[in-house]
Write a new protein. Structure first.
Ligand code: ADP
Ligand code: TRP
Length: 340
């Protein structure tokens, strides 16, 4: 990374959507943590207001927010370095949303992929095109732009599905800056998750909750071992040479074990002499090494939600101080009185 890039503030939001699997960890969480560690300033927040557009059970919203917080903390997020907070604890973001809404053309929202997908789904099912589409979903990108612009963000690491939202945030910042004066820094996206590998699941397809072929990050050792033993393999004998690149056990191992161990397993598969039972045992040991401690930490955090609350509250204080400065500039630019 260039010196310049490291100077830029990095920010990302995560919706609370259940405990992660090791594909999420390798493909999204680990790269985001690495980016945060490599930048001078980083923000990571729980997008609970974004989740609210779909969640109707208050207990679930609360629980899921704790879960995602415990997950990132257990996997190595350092709250002393990364500003870690709940979106809903930073009211400045919501005021900024309204200021941005004033310069956002309705047509931009009509073009948003997530809204269009909901409408298409309704049409296909023969329903009213806007059935179950609430204004929270429709204006989702404006809130997301406020999340980003409030913190003077330079870089937003996201998956491909979120790129349009970052482009919209740039557009909104541009409309505002051109209409009034330069208040917002224009953010860029970084496709960290896309360059990371895609992990296969137990059945060899992409690991995904929707295929139910996933290995959760946080689980007890016995259950983890059982899942690893379930990975589907062909029926080649141990002495036969095997192609490591088409073999699920190796594909997962390659992302969790150390370089030397990975090379050793690759060689043994290619030469012959590495049976699947042995390889699974090694994979299990590597997963234990990687996730046994985080699982313990995760359980500790989940047993102590007050600790999570305290950490997130301290993060919110820091985030609010930054957002307040941005909001002060934006209010002045449009002709509103300073914040009281
Ligand atoms: P799922 O398919 O289990 O519902 P999501 O679509 O919610 O997972 O993905 C959340 C994040 O994890 C995304 O950034 C995505 O790119 C990453 N991710 C999901 N599955 C994998 C996988 N099998 N390998 C690598 N990254 C993945
Ligand atoms: N929309 C993102 C998602 O669904 C979550 C999110 C909300 C976000 N606000 C953000 C991501 C700001 C990056 C920056 O995954």
């Amino acid at each position: 990374m260039s010196q310049d890039a490291a100077e830029k503030t990095i920010l990302t939001g995560v919706k609370p959507t259940g405990a992660p699997h090791i594909g999420n960890y390798i493909g999204a969480i680990r790269p985001a943590l690495a980016l945060a560690a490599a930048h001078k300033e980083s923000f990571l927040f729980i997008a609970d207001y974004h989740a609210l557009n779909a969640v109707r059970d208050p207990k679930a919203l609360k629980h899921d927010s704790y879960e995602v917080a415990a997950c990132w903390l257990a996997l190595g997020l350092d709250p002393a370095k990364t500003v870690f907070y709940r979106q809903s604890d930073v009211p400045e973001i919501f005021e900024l949303t309204q200021l941005l809404a004033a310069v956002t053309p309705k047509g931009l929202m009509d073009r948003a992929h997530s809204y269009k997908a909901a409408v298409d789904k309704n049409r296909e099912a023969g329903r009213d095109p806007d059935a179950d589409v609430n204004m929270g979903l429709y204006t989702y990108p404006i809130l997301m732009a406020a999340d980003i612009l409030a913190m003077d963000t330079g870089i937003v690491p996201v998956g491909r599905d979120q790129v349009q939202h970052i482009e919209f945030a740039r557009d909104m910042a541009g409309y505002f800056n051109n209409t009034f004066k330069d208040v917002f820094r224009l953010p860029e996206h970084a496709l960290g998750a896309e360059t990371a590998a895609t992990l296969p699941g137990l059945d060899g397809r992409k690991m995904s909750k929707s295929y139910n072929n996933h290995i959760p990050v946080f689980m007890e050792s016995k259950a983890r071992r059982k899942l690893v033993m379930k990975i589907v393999t062909d029926s080649k004998l141990p002495e036969e040479p095997k192609d490591p690149d088409t073999n699920t056990v190796f594909q997962i191992y390659a992302h969790v074990a150390g370089e030397t161990e990975v090379r050793a397993m690759r060689d043994a598969f290619e030469k012959g002499g590495m049976g699947y039972g042995d390889a699974k045992q090694r994979l299990y040991a590597a997963l234990e090494l990687a996730f046994e401690k985080p699982t313990q930490l995760y359980n500790d955090y989940m047993a102590d939600p007050q600790k999570i609350d305290a950490l997130l509250a301290a993060g919110a204080d820091k985030a609010r101080a930054v957002a307040r400065k941005t909001l002060t500039r934006a209010r002045a630019a449009v002709g509103l009185n300073p914040l009281r």
